[in-house]
Design a protein around this ligand. Sequence first.
Ligand code: HEC
Length: 131
Amino acid sequence: MTVARAVRAVLALSLLGALPAHAQNDQAAAADGLRLYTTLCQACHMPDGAGAGPYPKLRDNPTVRRAGPAYVAQWVLFGYGAMIPFCNLLTVDEVVDIANWLPSHLGNTTAAPPVDPEAIRAQWPSPASCP
Ligand code: HEC
């Protein structure tokens, strides 16, 4: 391990050390969901999720709330119309993180279950459908 990596590891441990492991994982996944939304989704759906013109609002979105993470994952994996598919840009874990994040952020709450990596891997589109 290089010095820089060791320092980063110690910093990460001291930041996370007070929390139980599952809470650390939840927090890391939520932080990744926000990072992904900010870098990939907000350009079209707006930073607050309010949408604009042809880009639907994701904030307080009845379908996102009802259909939950599995619904968001479908959009992210396959795209539709003017929304590009992200299957060529994201890892399985990143799709999981953004799909689980959106239905419980931006004014949404959901009773639908979270998605997991196995489910996402199983429905990953063929390379031909990932431009
Ligand atoms: C290039 C612009 C663009 C980007 C970037 C984009 N979207 Fe979209 N998104 C759209 C458009 C346009 C639609 C509506 C498509 C249609 O109905 O024809 C849409 C629809 C959706 C819907 C369905 C909304 C509903 O009311 O049913 C979800 C969910 C969604 N996007 C999530 C995301 C997420 C999550 C990201 C980031 C990973 C993202 N989008 C990035 C353009 C975009």
